[in-house]
Structure formats: C-alpha cells, structure tokens
Design a protein around this ligand. Structure first.
Ligand SMILES: [Fe+2]
Length: 160
C-alpha cells in the first residue's frame, strides 16, 4: 500500500504545504550557516574575551543544532524534503559565511547582526504558517524566537 503524504492529514492542501516547506527550508539553511559560524567563533576567537565567547558559543551552537533538527523534521512532517546539501544551505541562507576578524568585539557584533537576520527569517516562516493555520510550525518557531531574543538582549547588554 502506498503511503499518503502526511500534509493531507493536517488538512493542508498541496500548495499551502509547499509554501510553508519553502519557508522552513530557508530558515533551515540560514540556521545551518549560523551554526557553522558560531562553531568557528567557538574554536578560533582570540583575545581577552576568549573564555566568555568560547563558553557562550558552545551553548549557542548546541541550541542551534537542536533547532535545526526540529526545522528539518517539521519539513518532513509536512510532506517535504529538508535541504541536506551544504551547497543548498549556502545558496538559500540569508546569513553570509564567516569573516576572518575573530576578535571578541567583532564576534559580538556579527552575532548581533546574524541573530537579527535569523529572527526575521523565522518570523517570516511563522507568518506563512499562521496564514495557513499551521500552528504546529508556529509553536516550534515561537520557542526558537524566544531563545534567540534572549541571546540578543544579553549580547546587546554586554556590548554597552
Ligand atoms: Fe568545544
């Protein structure tokens, strides 16, 4: 017996699910690039902020990889295929790959900017999900947004 696509069970018609999946894949790609940047900061930060940034980025990339997994599995749940090639992530990410200045202050500024982009992309995905009454996707993204906003507030305070 052939399995039906799960989005039908959710009451989402094909095109609605496709629109949400496209947005989820953009969020997934952006988060993947963010994750790798944060890991680079963790390994290669230099200067007086080394221990603070080293510790902060470890927590951030661990949280990121969990959220990446949730986004990818949400795509599957909706009947789509999450991007899995690094080339797809680079092409669809709204965050650019890392730079070479790995001083603590520069890393804090880059993280702030990237968090803002990531929050914008996730909010767009949540907006599409609300448009189609897909509150399961909205729920998981809301939790991610809250975590990222908390990180943004802490970094912003640190930079003052
Ligand atoms: Fe480590």
């Amino acid at each position: 017996m052939q399995l039906e696509r799960t989005h039908k069970k959710l009451g989402l018609r094909g095109l609605e699910a496709v629109e949400i999946v496209e947005n989820l894949n953009t969020s997934l790609s952006t988060y993947q690039i963010f994750y790798h940047k944060v890991q680079n900061f963790h390994w290669n930060v230099e200067g007086s902020d080394f221990f603070d940034i080293h510790e902060l980025t470890e927590g951030l990339y661990n949280e990121s990889i969990q959220n990446i997994d949730i986004l990818a599995e949400r795509v599957r749940l909706l009947g789509g295929v999450p991007y899995y090639r690094l080339s797809d992530y680079i092409q669809h990410s709204k965050i650019a790959e890392t730079t070479h200045d790995l001083s603590g202050d520069n890393i804090k500024l880059i993280l702030l900017e990237d968090l803002e982009v990531l929050l914008k992309v996730l909010t767009e995905t949540a907006n599409y999900s609300i448009k189609h009454n897909d509150y399961g996707t909205v729920h998981v993204i809301q939790e991610m947004i809250h975590g990222l906003e908390m990180m943004h507030y802490k970094l912003h305070s640190w930079l003052k």
